[in-house]
Design a protein around this ligand. Sequence first.
Ligand code: ZN
Length: 151
Amino acid sequence: MFFRNCKKTTDDNDLPMPQPLTQHELEAYLDEALPVDAMARVERALRDDPKLAQQLIAINGRRDAGVHSLGEIWRRHRLSCPSRDQLGSFLLNVLSEDVAGFIQFHLDVSGCRTCAANLHDLKSQQSDEPAVVDNRRKKYFQSSAGHLRRR
Ligand SMILES: [Zn+2]
């Protein structure tokens, strides 16, 4: 009877250890039927655990033979694209490690073409800026040189 007191109590559930994701959660994730927090939790888990991604692919494969990669799933569902602002901050390296990691994952692993195009666009805008400034500077020096020559 003494050992009965040693059984695990519900207090164990209060530990900050992440609970393993259930099949149900993964299915709901594919359906985008989870609350935002839970979606984010699944995304983090997917990033940290390639086996989980395989599981997700397997579920999706059972539903629809012909989809073979997580990237395809992502593209099909257009899941969790970061905003253009977030992509801009990503380029400037001012995001938290967590968010930056997700965007990196979204671009590299999910292979989101929409975000890649957006990022490309933002990059070319950013690299344009120094050229514009440089041009202005040249014009300024040219005009002041001309001004000096006229003197
Ligand atoms: Zn995207």
